[in-house]
Design a protein around this ligand. Sequence first.
Ligand SMILES: Nc1ncnc2c1ncn2[C@@H]1O[C@H](COP(=O)(O)OS(=O)(=O)O)[C@@H](OP(=O)(O)O)[C@H]1O
Length: 210
Amino acid sequence: MSSELEAINKEFANNGNKNPQGLIEWALAQGARPICTTNFRPFEAVILHMVSQVRPDIPIVWMDSGYNTEATYQFADEVIKQLNLNIVSFVPRRTRAHREALDGPMPGIDDPRHAAFTQEVKLEPFERALREMQPDVWFTALRAEDTPERAKMQAVSRNSNGLLKVAPLLQWSAKDMYQYLQAHNLPNNFDYFDPTKVEEKRECGLHLQH
Ligand SMILES: Nc1ncnc2c1ncn2[C@@H]1O[C@H](COP(=O)(O)OS(=O)(=O)O)[C@@H](OP(=O)(O)O)[C@H]1O
């Protein structure tokens, strides 16, 4: 990691955790094609509100696998309308009906077909999004509390392709997230299921690979 990013991370860890908006503003000044990804999991309205407050037209990239719960689709619709998001959806190359007619129902995580399934419904659409959008700054709502891997992450890093990855909420607790939602009158939804992860603390590879 460059010494500039190390300094930013140090400053953010020491002073900035309570000011993720400051980190968002700094990161936006570092590039010309920022994106924010979302899967509309619980608490996602926080990052979507924060980034769109600073940059109203920032592209919000959603890989809609086709396997979200009804509540997640309703939540997505509500947040997109309330925040007037510039949503850019990427869907798998085959529809869910097409896949299931040929391959059967969604494979579980112990099924040898699960890796190919994950590649088809989530990773390939994300690779396509990266190719088409060529982002230089990537915001997520990753939090240290999510998994042991994320607990070791830094808020800002650069991947091997030069993409600046920014997790402004890295040190936020669920309580911080809840209070932000309340303060800004934002919706939330806990009826969420990701068929590529199945278990909440499992990493399916999207952010680890990129
Ligand atoms: N389907 C879909 N569409 C758009 N963006 C997505 C999608 N899945 C994952 N992400 C983004 O990757 C961040 C990590 O997500 P996950 O924990 O679900 O996946 S992974 O284990 O890293 O693959 C995740 O972090 P959060 O922003 O905290 O939700 C997203 O920014």
